[in-house]
Ligand binder design. Sequence first.
Ligand code: NAI
Length: 292
Amino acid sequence: MGLLDDKVALVTGAGGGLGRSHAMLLASHGAAVVVNDLGGSRDGTGAGSSMADKVVGEIKAAGGRAVANYGSVTNEADAKAMVKTAVDSFGRIDIVVNNAGILRDKSFKNISNEEWDLVVDVHLRGSYLVTKAAWDQMLAQGQGGRIINTSSTSGLIGNFGQANYGAAKAGVAGMTRVLALEGMKYGITVNTLAPAAFSRMTEDIMPEGVEERLAPEKVSPIVAWLCTDDAKDVTGRQFCAGGNRVTLLSWQVTDIATDRDGMDAPWTVEELGEKIAASKPNWPKLLKPMEV
Ligand code: NAI
């Protein structure tokens, strides 16, 4: 008995890196998987079928069930077709892992509108389009579902040279928090993953010698667990995962000025300045991406 027997999953960008690892782990626990990948290069140019086909072959060779899809998450018809592929091939859809992604890193000084738009389109609009198509099908099925959206510490915390990517990934996390609330009454959980893994995307950014320590396979267990029945009450959370370390990234609220001694008139700027000076030593420090 697998933990995900009878479940049907769609993993976008599953032709390599983290997506491949997620797809293979889900399949090894019994899920039937739609392996989507546009098959292009790291910056989003090009397309091809070989990446998705290869992973489908690997899943089948290991005794699992999988079908390939070569669509782009940025295209509405393609996004709908990914969900249709799940329904036509395996009868339903229970799990979506929005994982597809590209990079166009530039300092803000040098970024072009095209570099902004492309990255926001794939990560944010792509996650929206695929989730929307799956959401409609999950509601029609009436048996809940699981959505895992891939964000990044670049969006949740910040990272130099990634204004486009960070904005898109923060948007993904914002959509996740809203959908977690909207999904509650339908039994659909929606969570955020901020991974760290050695992959095509990060091979020239990460220091040498981390390939094994930060293997994508060390991120996937939290994704698979979130898809199990045990995780039915876990929603709206942000999980950071990499190198076998899994952390929960949460909000912290720090009081600065609560009420103005019962007075209705607004704080004066000077008064508020004094409150800020008094509370500042208690502010949480600004995290750096490597600290979570
Ligand atoms: P990767 O480059 O190996 O995988 C991304 C996959 O998405 C590729 O196979 C690519 O062909 C596919 N893809 C790109 N555009 C697509 C589109 N329009 N439609 C369908 N598929 C498309 O990179 P990696 O590292 O596996 O990244 C997976 C996800 O994790 C991405 O969303 C990335 O932003 C995120 N991430 C990765 C981190 C890391 O340390 N590797 C850190 C933080 C976030």
